[in-house]
Design a protein around this ligand. Structure first.
Ligand code: HXC
Length: 258
């Protein structure tokens, strides 16, 4: 596919999508989100891809939705266009693990996009925030919900009501971020995680992701029941037999994704 606002490359079995509108700090306009969605759907359908990394530039993962594009929109227009629904939710429909490698600003829709990913790896330079209140609006791509679930009410209110940014250390302490690495290593670290995932059983990986995500969608009792069924179902895979035989035989497993 021909993209103008993202760059894509394969690193082994890990797809890397780089948001690439440097002059606008990767402001997430409709065109960029269309391209991102198209790339994500393509990689999700490609059996050669085990995991996907989304990253930005050194200065910005993304500084939010495109304010200049949104500026003159009206309620009927955003309602009929389902702004932001159909263009923004693509990442939440991906079955494979999606890792955000965040350096610099992840603000507004940029923070929300990172939170739609399965895991956030942060550079020491990362800055997270939901500054929409400064613009007379509120987060619109899940920020009030995902941030609150990730870091709790106290800090979510602090960020959403004051537009304050938090740095990588605070984000890690608060549970938003899985790991912090030096800025120069953030993509490599995310790819390394993707490569580890690529060595595992794809059905187990997809079920693990689905099960953890269930924790955000349902009660503990329902989530535990879902997990149990998924766990039991994995005993129908060849990979379960292989993984357990390899352990018993003290050798590395050779998963075949079936
Ligand atoms: C459009 C943006 C932009 C954005 C930056 N730019 N963020 N354009 N939408 N969200 C543009 C600037 O206009 C400028 O263009 C260029 O990128 C560089 O930005 P500067 O402001 O000059 O850089 P700097 O002084 O380093 O400040 C960086 C910054 C600041 C602190 C990140 O740009 C900023 O506050 N940006 C807006 C952050 C924000 O409010 N995000 C939430 C958006 S609302 P020119 O042409 O002047 O060089 C949102 C809603 C999501 O995300 C809801 C779901 C869709």
């Amino acid at each position: 596919a021909e993209y103008t606002m993202i760059l894509t490359e394969m690193q082994g079995r890990v797809a890397v999508i780089r948001l690439n509108r440097p002059k606008a700090l990767n402001a997430l306009c409709d065109q960029l989100m269309e391209e991102l969605g198209q790339a994500l759907r393509g990689y999700d359908a490609d059996p050669g891809v085990a995991a996907i990394v989304i990253t930005g530039s050194e200065k910005a993962f993304a500084a939010g939705a495109d304010i200049k594009e949104m500026q003159s929109r009206t309620y009927p227009a955003v309602y009929l266009d389902d702004f932001i629904g159909k263009r923004w939710e693509a990442v939440t429909y991906v079955q494979k693990p999606v890792i955000a490698a965040v350096a610099g600003y992840a603000l507004g829709g940029g923070c929300e996009l990172a939170m739609m990913c399965d895991m956030i790896i942060a550079a020491e330079t990362a800055k997270f925030g939901q500054p929409e209140i400064n613009l007379g609006v509120i987060p619109g791509a899940g920020g009030t919900q995902r941030l609150t679930r990730a870091i709790g009410k106290a800090k979510a209110m602090d960020l959403v009501l004051t537009a304050r940014m938090m740095d990588a250390n605070e984000a890690e302490r608060s549970g938003l971020v899985a790991r912090i690495v030096p800025a120069a290593d953030v993509v490599a670290e995310a790819v390394k995680i993707g490569e580890k995932i690529a060595s595992l059983s794809a059905p187990a990986v997809a079920m693990a992701k689905e099960a953890v995500n269930r924790a955000f969608e349902t009660t503990l009792a329902e989530g535990v029941k879902f997990e149990r069924r998924a766990f039991q179902a994995l005993f129908s895979t060849e990979d379960q037999k292989e993984g357990m035989a390899a352990f018993a035989e003290k050798r590395p497993p050779a998963f075949r994704n079936r």
